[in-house]
Design a protein around this ligand. Structure first.
Ligand SMILES: NC(=O)c1ccc[n+]([C@@H]2O[C@H](COP(=O)([O-])OP(=O)(O)OC[C@H]3O[C@@H](n4cnc5c(N)ncnc54)[C@H](O)[C@@H]3O)[C@@H](O)[C@H]2O)c1
Length: 306
């Protein structure tokens, strides 16, 4: 395979792991970071690192955005991300080659085709899909094992409205192995990454809430949780419970969620997550009921008209 030219914009935890992974695979990588201290650190590690992106004398390349997207209260602060994206747009304007800009930062669904596309088009004077490629390729690595996770991904997600851009990224990333899934809409990839993190957060909060109850009744949660991790279908079957628009029903789940809420209340533990689980299910039941009623009304009036 021909080595690719790769630029990493934002060379922190994800940027460094991504770029060093590509260096290890034989690609020609340049790291960009606005922090002079960070650039020095990377240069000392023998890497090509700079504070500014210059594409004027470069061949076709991949430009990975691994910029920070912290939260500011209940929203993403995209100021650094937007500034870094604009600097890429200005560099694109000065280059005769065709570059593929890849959003690897975690962003909310619609950011790549919304903010990123408009900032790049405005600052480059080019059009996405024509003057440059645009894709989403979220990172799933864990900070504690960033380099190993990049080198051995268990899931790679690539999304672009342009099939050729998907194919280019597939060629670049498939040698790393693991499951590779492609999508034609970047918002799908962005949604996957957000849902991935939120699912993990929800599971952790679930067991912490259970831990509070176990503490109260003097039981050791560890062997309990380790057993449920192997017994609950939601834990062992990847297909279980993932279909949207289908609330749980039957005898056990409604009875035991509500019953345990009363039990926890009795031992003095509030369970906001479990309450939200019941409330979400009640809400979904109402939505499904309304939809069924609407369909049956439409069917009745069709029969009357016929
Ligand atoms: N850390 C993780 O475990 C992890 C895992 C998956 C995804 N992510 C996502 O990846 C993205 C990056 O996260 P991170 O942990 O690597 O952040 P980080 O803070 O470690 O690194 C960001 C780097 O970007 C640099 N930077 C800021 N503005 C810049 C600009 N305008 N131009 C160039 N460089 C600039 C900073 O100096 C810093 O070195 C975020 O969206 C994050 O949510 C993080």
């Amino acid at each position: 395979m021909q080595p690719s030219r790769i630029f990493i914009i934002g060379s922190g935890v994800v940027g460094a792991a991504t770029g060093e992974g590509f260096v290890g695979a034989g690609h020609h990588v340049t790291f960009i970071d606005t922090s002079v201290a960070r650039v020095h650190e990377l240069v000392e590690r023998g890497l090509d690192a700079r504070t500014e992106l210059d594409l004027s004398a470069e061949r076709d390349s991949f430009v990975f955005l691994t910029l920070p997207t912290p939260n500011d209260g209940r929203r993403y602060d995209l100021s650094a991300f937007t500034a870094g994206t604009a600097s890429v747009g200005r560099a694109l304007a000065a280059s005769p080659a065709r570059h593929t800009v890849v959003v690897r930062s975690t962003v909310s669904p619609g950011t790549t085709e919304g903010l990123v596309r408009s900032v790049l088009e405005e600052s480059s004077g080019l059009t996405a899909g024509e003057g440059f490629g645009l894709a989403s390729n979220p990172e799933f690595l864990r900070a504690v094992s960033a380099a190993q996770d990049f080198a051995n991904p268990w899931m790679t997600v690539i999304a672009s409205r342009d099939p050729q851009t998907v194919a280019l990224l597939q060629d670049l990333l498939s040698p790393f192995g693991g499951e590779l899934r492609t999508f034609s809409e970047p918002a799908e990839a962005e949604f996957i990454k957000c849902a991935h993190n939120i699912f993990n957060a929800t599971k952790i909060s679930f067991w912490n809430e259970m831990w509070l109850v176990a503490q109260e009744v003097r039981l050791d949660l560890d062997p309990i949780a380790a057993t449920v991790a192997l017994s609950a279908e939601g834990s062992i079957n990847p297909q279980y419970g993932i279909r949207g628009g289908a609330p749980y029903g039957g005898v056990c789940l409604p009875k035991d969620t509500n019953g345990f809420l009363g039990y926890a209340d009795g031992v003095g533990v509030d369970m906001p997550l479990l309450r939200a689980v019941v409330e979400t299910n009640d809400r979904l039941e109402a939505v499904v009921k309304r939809e069924v009623e609407a369909v049956s009304e439409r069917t009745t009036s069709d029969v009357e008209l016929a």
